[in-house]
Design a protein around this ligand. Structure first.
Ligand code: PBG
Length: 329
């Protein structure tokens, strides 16, 4: 049926008609808000390249958590800035580590039950060199050791589960970490704690602002020997396959906007919950344009989020979570 019998504009004429035929929807409960926990009290330090995002001491983080719950967000993704860093990332799995303490405080607080508390599992915020695993370094070369890092990652996951994490989310990209974490969690009695694996994580320039927020930039080299090459979609499918075979319950893909095709491919192939992470650089570039008056903030924010949902993500980790929930009402 062609024009003039068919007129696509008929269903676009009014807001009511457009709403009726809208194919993709955003819900506040499918938005996850990242928080960066730091030592101290009353600390609320804005990240230069991420307006509206802060390093928060635990007391301040609790206020954010209350607001997140009141706005109906789905959960929080917790990162930590430890007091000290060392070669073995001891702060990542310390019983009184910064995220562990934050989790306990949130579990004790009332009114936060509607939030899924997701603990990022990685070593880069806790290692003195800023890499996501144990480093074997000589004068002219270095290697991020895979197998020896697994034990520390698994230990970190158990420690975070013990502190009250509802979900653990390994983001390190070591091979075999999901199986190692599943093993240790089960051994420790946390067989009910799901693993949200950052299965498809690309080595990306868009993590730049995060490394300022989490103070986790590598001191030498880069992450290209463990994070994926941005040119590879098929390799991303293999990563997801392997993580699911190792026992991942859900997968997280990142970055989001520059990799919407990869999210779509994963959606068509895997029947597991898929999350996408709209990362720090995606947020920073939109904020920079907002500050200059070059883009309409609310419309551009919502359009960016709906594009990620339309690509196939069930839920979205985003620094816009609170702002978007306010728009959604
Ligand atoms: C830790 C981790 C990173 C991000 C999430 N977990 C940084 C990195 O891999 O360098 C990035 C998130 C963001 O940019 O918002 N490995």
């Amino acid at each position: 049926m062609e024009f003039p019998i068919t007129r696509m504009r008929r269903t676009r004429r009014t807001p009511a008609l457009r709403s009726l035929v809208r194919e993709t929807h955003l819900r506040s409960s499918a938005l996850i808000y990242p928080l960066f926990l730091c030592p101290g009290e009353g600390v609320r330090r804005e990240i230069g390249s991420m307006p509206g995002v802060f390093n928060l001491s635990i007391d301040e983080a609790l206020k954010e958590a209350e607001e997140a719950a009141a706005l109906g967000l789905g959960g929080l993704l917790l990162f930590g800035l430890p007091e000290t860093k060392d070669e073995l990332a001891t702060g990542a799995y310390a019983d009184d580590g910064i995220v562990q303490r934050g989790l306990r405080a949130m579990k004790q607080a009332s009114g936060l039950d509607s939030l899924a508390l997701i603990a990022d599992v990685c070593l880069c915020e806790y290692t003195s060199h800023g890499h996501c695993g144990i480093v074997n370094k000589s004068d002219d070369s270095y290697e991020i050791e895979n197998d020896s890092s697994l034990e520390l990652l698994a230990k970190t996951a158990v420690s975070l589960a013990a502190a009250g994490a509802d979900i653990v989310a390994p983001s390190d990209m070591m091979d075999g970490r999901v199986a190692a974490i599943r093993d240790e969690l089960d051994e420790a009695g946390y067989e009910q704690i799901p693993i949200l694996s950052y299965a498809s994580k690309f080595a990306s320039a868009f993590y730049g602002p995060f490394r300022e927020a989490a103070n986790s930039a590598p001191q030498f080299g880069d992450r290209r020997s463990y994070q994926m090459d941005g040119a590879n979609l098929r390799e991303a499918m293999r990563e997801i396959d392997l993580d699911l075979a190792e026992g991942a319950d859900m997968i997280l893909m990142k970055p989001a906007m520059p990799y919407l095709d990869v999210i779509r491919a994963a959606r068509e192939r895997f029947d597991v919950p898929i999350g996408a992470y709209q990362v720090s650089g995606e947020y920073a570039m939109l904020q920079a344009a907002f500050q200059r008056g070059w883009l309409e903030p609310e419309r551009a924010m919502m359009e960016s989020l709906i594009s990620i949902r339309r690509a196939g993500a069930d839920f979205i980790v985003t620094y816009f979570a609170k702002d978007a929930a306010k728009v959604l009402g």
